[in-house]
Design a protein around this ligand. Structure first.
Ligand SMILES: NC(=O)c1ccc[n+]([C@@H]2O[C@H](COP(=O)([O-])OP(=O)(O)OC[C@H]3O[C@@H](n4cnc5c(N)ncnc54)[C@H](O)[C@@H]3O)[C@@H](O)[C@H]2O)c1
Ligand SMILES: O=C(O)C(=O)C[C@@H](O)[C@H](O)[C@H](O)COP(=O)(O)O
Ligand SMILES: [Zn+2]
Length: 363
């Protein structure tokens, strides 16, 4: 069954279609959008091996002139060098203003393709076709695009909304279990920040990391609820003037940990899981949140098979210093997203280095 979620924005609204076995319909979906004929499909070698031919065949059958390009896999390559490569390919293929870049992949491919599309010829179309759980529920939606700077995560980027998001949950069958678990971190995030019903649903489910095999219908339900949560928030605050910052729950510490471990040790979702444990405990220590609810959150993170402790040997003062590069910093003050109830969060600048240190030392 297909479900369609609308991302309603003042400038350009678009649909997220969640449709099992729909990858081979991507050509028809794009044809309905009245885009130019030229398409650049961006992927990586693993993803292209699994899904490239199906996508290219479908696009060509719908009349598109398709070029494809694979970037090397991994967060380490989420850099301006990779974007330069995409510009070279765009030039070689004479992409025009009406042309489209299609991001077929996880969040790394989605963020980079989105950024290349945002900047090539000052902005061409991008369509997101996410292939990881994380990209389906989060990165493919909402238009945050960009790359890492050697000193910090996602420091270079632009808001550039996709024209369409096509989610085929069946592609998750080939996703490694570690990647599926990492995606669950962002799902749990929506439960804590926005959707208490989703949180309860996750609590009632066994083996969160095996759901795609034992309960695919539950995965579809989780996808729909999570995409709806993201669409709701982005629809109210497209460019993070206020509310959208809540989507950064767990990312303040999470991004610092990712960057300090050179993107080699932890997946983004794993770092976010650790960041949610930290933020939850800070909220408890500030008497904003009940310990019992923080324990429920942490139990869910563990049940998803995600780490809840900091990597051994990581310098806590280094983390505190790295927080200064967080994009939520305002007038030099680090701002944290902290829960007050399951499903409700607040954003505060009242968290001091001592509060952070105290919690990190226990992790
Ligand atoms: N823009 C946003 O709003 C947003 C939101 C969340 C995360 N992100 C970003 O997303 C990135 C993380 O994305 P991710 O977790 O998807 O990781 P990823 O993009 O690195 O993909 C994970 C791995 O899975 C492989 N893979 C992808 N789909 C597959 C499939 N169906 N079958 C087999 N293998 C497959 C890829 O080759 C890759 O090695 C981070 O850079 C993060 O900052 C952005
Ligand atoms: O869409 C958003 O807004 C988010 O914050 C979603 C996050 O899950 C995502 O990791 C995002 O890329 C983080 O954004 P950043 O602005 O902190 O780099
Ligand atoms: Zn994230």
């Amino acid at each position: 069954m297909t479900s369609v979620i609308n991302v309603n924005l003042p400038t350009q609204s678009y649909e997220i279609a969640i449709a099992p076995a729909s990858l081979d319909q991507i050509g028809q979906s794009l044809a309905g959008l009245k885009l130019g004929k030229k398409v650049l499909l961006v992927s990586n070698p693993t993803i292209f091996k699994h899904f490239g031919k199906v996508a290219v065949d479908s696009l060509e059958a719908a009349g598109f002139q398709v070029a494809s390009y694979s970037l090397p896999a991994g967060e380490r390559y989420k850099t301006l060098n990779s974007i330069q490569k995409l510009y070279d390919i765009a030039l070689e293929n004479r992409l025009e203003r009406s042309s489209t870049m299609v991001a077929l992949g996880g969040g790394v491919i989605g963020d980079m393709t989105g950024f290349a599309a945002a900047t090539w010829l000052r902005g061409i179309n991008v369509v997101q076709v996410p292939t990881t759980l994380l990209a389906m529920v989060d990165s493919a939606i909402g238009g945050k695009t960009g790359v890492n700077h050697p000193h910090g995560k996602n420091l270079i980027g632009a808001f550039h909304q996709p024209r369409f998001v096509l989610i085929d949950p069946q592609v998750l069958k080939t996703l490694p279990v570690r990647e599926f678990r990492a995606g669950m971190a962002e799902v749990i995030k929506y439960g804590v920040i926005w959707d208490a019903e989703l949180f309860n649903q996750l609590e009632q489910s066994k083996r969160l990391d095996q759901l795609r095999y034992i309960k695919p219908e539950l995965v579809d339900a989780i996808l729909t609820r999570s995409c709806q949560a993201k669409a709701d928030v982005v629809g109210k605050d497209e460019k993070e003037g206020g509310l959208r910052a809540i989507l950064n729950y767990g990312h303040t510490v999470g991004h610092a940990v990712e960057s300090l471990t050179n993107y080699r040790l932890l997946k983004h979702g794993e770092a976010v899981g650790i960041g949610m444990v930290a933020a939850g405990q800070i909220a408890v220590n500030l008497e904003l949140w009940q310990q019992a609810d923080a324990d429920r959150q942490n139990a869910l993170i563990e049940k998803a098979g995600l780490p809840t402790k900091l990597p051994v040997g990581l310098d806590i003062e280094g983390i505190i210093e790295a927080l200064q590069l967080d994009k939520k910093v305002k007038d030099g003050k680090v701002r944290f997203v902290l829960p007050t109830q399951i499903g409700v969060v607040t954003v505060t600048d009242e968290v001091t280095s001592d509060h952070i240190r105290q919690v990190l030392q226990q992790m």
